[in-house]
Structures are given as structure tokens and as C-alpha cells.
Design a protein around this ligand. Structure first.
Ligand SMILES: Nc1ncnc2c1ncn2[C@@H]1O[C@H](COP(=O)(O)OP(=O)(O)OP(=O)(O)O)[C@@H](O)[C@H]1O
Length: 324
């Protein structure tokens, strides 16, 4: 159990009559890049707030970095960096002053001695070193978001908890934050990141938890979730899309593959290269059979479920659930 960065047992939260979180057993192992997903109102933020001791659970237990929350919060939370529900900062102070103030508020290993260095490193990492003197009220939305992430980093935490870290960032900002998170992970930081951008989570995360109407409905490794569907996507090269070549290749593929050909062949999607796209059951030596039959195979890829498929199949659309 000691290698779990976050563990909850039967975690439950009611706000009056709203059942926000029900019986959630979260397990984040040290070193994980854990993506926390789910539709609006599914209970992600409420769960994260309980992990950080910001609200008390109605029932259940929370352990973070080996300590109980809220009982051991004073010991464990200084090792946790967090940005939840958007960045918070004092508008008339500069970004740099905000970070120094924030750092002074919580006991940190190294404390004042290393503060200047840690604040500069965090501003630098988020590309804010040049604007660190400007008052925060003059920051753009993206700059505020970066400052929020910088404030989660200042204490060089063992566990970083970020609620929608790339919300409002431009593509350059998203790439910068993603690279930074991968770098921190390589240095040993555990990440717990909630996001609605599934392609981003697919790229960044090793493990995901999916919430739906207060329940944790999926918790697994990304690789396991992205299992092969059992289908191959094959592209045949043909000489010319406009003549009968494509139709001949499609007919021959049908003869060679028999019932393994699952859908009617269609023109290949890539423009500029004539081809035929086949959807084939991944059984036997598909490519070998096509090539021996005289067809040119340009590409054959194993079809995998995407994270979007997994999340959509396990969650309730907005309007169907209680949170809408
Ligand atoms: N302080 C509160 N008082 C009353 N209800 C609350 C409170 N906080 C959250 N809720 C309710 O609990 C449910 C879960 O909300 P939560 O903010 O955890 O969802 P979420 O998954 O983070 O959604 P989003 O993706 O929109 O941020 C919602 O129905 C919400 O209205």
C-alpha cells in the first residue's frame, strides 16, 4: 500500500440532497500519470477537493502520500501541488509576487532560502519569466492558467493535482504544458490530471479513472483500455483511382479474403495516393494472402479502441445524468 500516492475507500459526498460522489475507490500509484475523466457534474472536482482536504467526505477514507486526509494534512499536503477550479491569484500583484506569497504561506522544504530560485524556476518552466513583473490583472486567460500551474509547481511537489490544466490555453501553451508534465513525470512526480480533452489524456496519461454520475466506472491502464478491436485496417495501393483499377483490386480482395472482409471496400482516405481501404477481421495471414494474390499492400494497421470510445461507452451524456 505504501506505493500508492492516492487511495480512497468508499469515498462519498452529499451536498444536501445532491449525491455528488458515491463509494469511490481511487488508486493512484506513485509515478502514475493518472487522467481523471468524466462528463460535467460527474463528481471529479468534488473528489479532488476531498483529496486535498478542502471539503470533508460524508463517508469513506482518503490517504495521500501515506498520510490520512484530513487528519495528517499538515504533514502530507505540503508535498502536494494543486490547481483546482481554475487559477487563483491576487490581481494587483505581479505573478512573481503571487508565487512568493503563496510559497511563504506553507512550510516548504528549503523554505525562504530556496524560495527565490524555486519561484524563478516555476516562472521559467511555464514561459512566464519575462512577464513575471506585470500585475496579474493584466494577464491574458492563458497566462493566468500558466501562473496557476506555476503555483502548483513552486514547492516541487511529489504529487501534482491539476484540474483541467490546459483549459483556455492556445496550441503552443498546450504543447508546453504537456511537455512540462512529461518532464516532471520522468523526474518522479506523480500526476493526477482531470481533463475533458481525451486525445490529450491519451497522449499524456498511463492510467485513467472515469467518473459517471458520482461513480468511478472505469479505472485501468490506458494500454489495456486501448485494446485491439480484432479488426485490421488495410490500404491497397492501386495505379489510378479513376479507372477500373480500384474496383478490380476490391473484387480480388473480396475473393482472397472471403468472410474475413467485414465491410465493402471504399476508396482510401488519403488524398494524392490512389488506394482502396479494407476493413478485415484480424485472422490468419491477411497481408500475406493479399500479397500472394497479387495485390500491393500500402499499409495494414491494427484497429484499437480510442479513449473517446471507452469514455463515451461508459458514461452518460449531458442531459441524461443528474449533473446536467
Ligand atoms: N458546494 C456544492 N454544493 C452543492 N452541490 C455541489 C457542490 N459542489 C458540487 N456540487 C454538485 O455535485 C455534483 C458534482 O460536481 P463536480 O463539480 O464534482 O463535477 P465535475 O465532474 O468536476 O464537473 P465539471 O467537469 O463540470 O467540472 C454536481 O451535481 C454539482 O452540482
Amino acid at each position: 500500500m505504501s506505493d500508492l500516492a492516492v487511495q480512497t475507500q468508499g469515498l462519498t459526498k452529499r451536498f444536501g440532497r445532491v449525491q455528488a460522489v458515491t463509494d469511490v475507490d481511487l488508486r493512484v500509484t506513485e509515478g502514475d500519470r493518472y487522467g481523471f475523466l468524466g462528463p460535467n457534474g460527474s463528481g471529479k472536482t468534488a473528489t479532488v477537493r476531498m483529496l486535498l482536504g478542502l471539503v470533508l467526505p460524508t463517508a469513506g477514507r482518503v490517504r495521500v502520500l501515506g498520510g490520512r486526509v484530513p487528519q495528517d494534512a499538515a504533514r502530507v499536503l505540503p508535498q502536494v501541488g494543486a490547481m483546482v477550479e481554475g487559477p487563483a491569484a491576487i490581481g494587483h500583484l505581479s505573478g512573481r509576487a503571487n508565487l512568493r506569497l503563496l510559497d511563504a504561506a506553507v512550510p516548504t522544504p528549503g523554505g525562504r532560502r530556496t524560495r527565490r530560485r524555486r519561484v524563478e524556476d516555476a516562472l521559467e518552466a511555464l514561459g512566464l519569466a519575462q512577464v513575471g513583473r506585470r500585475p496579474v490583472r493584466a494577464y491574458s486567460l492563458g497566462m493566468r492558467q500558466r501562473l496557476g500551474i506555476a503555483s502548483a509547481l513552486v514547492r516541487r511537489p511529489r504529487l501534482l493535482v491539476l484540474d483541467e490544466p490546459t483549459n483556455g490555453l492556445d496550441p503552443q501553451g498546450i504543447a508546453l504544458v504537456t511537455d512540462l508534465l512529461l518532464q516532471l513525470s520522468a523526474q518522479g512526480t506523480t500526476l493526477l490530471v482531470s481533463s475533458h480533452l481525451l486525445s490529450e489524456v491519451e497522449h499524456l496519461c498511463t492510467r485513467v479513472g472515469v467518473m459517471d454520475r458520482g461513480h468511478l466506472v472505469v479505472q485501468d491502464d490506458v494500454d489495456a483500455l486501448r485494446a485491439p478491436t480484432g479488426r485490421l485496417l488495410v490500404t491497397l495501393a492501386v495505379r489510378d483511382q479513376d479507372d477500373d483499377d480500384g474496383a478490380r483490386a476490391a473484387a480480388l480482395a473480396g475473393q482472397l479474403l472471403g468472410s474475413r472482409l467485414l465491410e465493402s471496400p471504399v476508396p482510401a482516405p488519403d488524398p494524392g495516393a490512389a488506394g482502396v481501404r479494407l476493413v478485415v477481421a484480424d485472422a490468419g495471414d491477411v497481408v500475406g494472402d493479399l500479397v500472394r494474390g497479387g495485390l500491393a499492400v500500402r499499409e495494414a494497421v491494427v484497429e484499437r479502441r480510442t479513449l473517446t470510445d471507452v469514455v463515451l461507452s461508459r458514461t452518460t451524456a449531458v442531459g441524461e445524468g443528474m449533473g446536467a
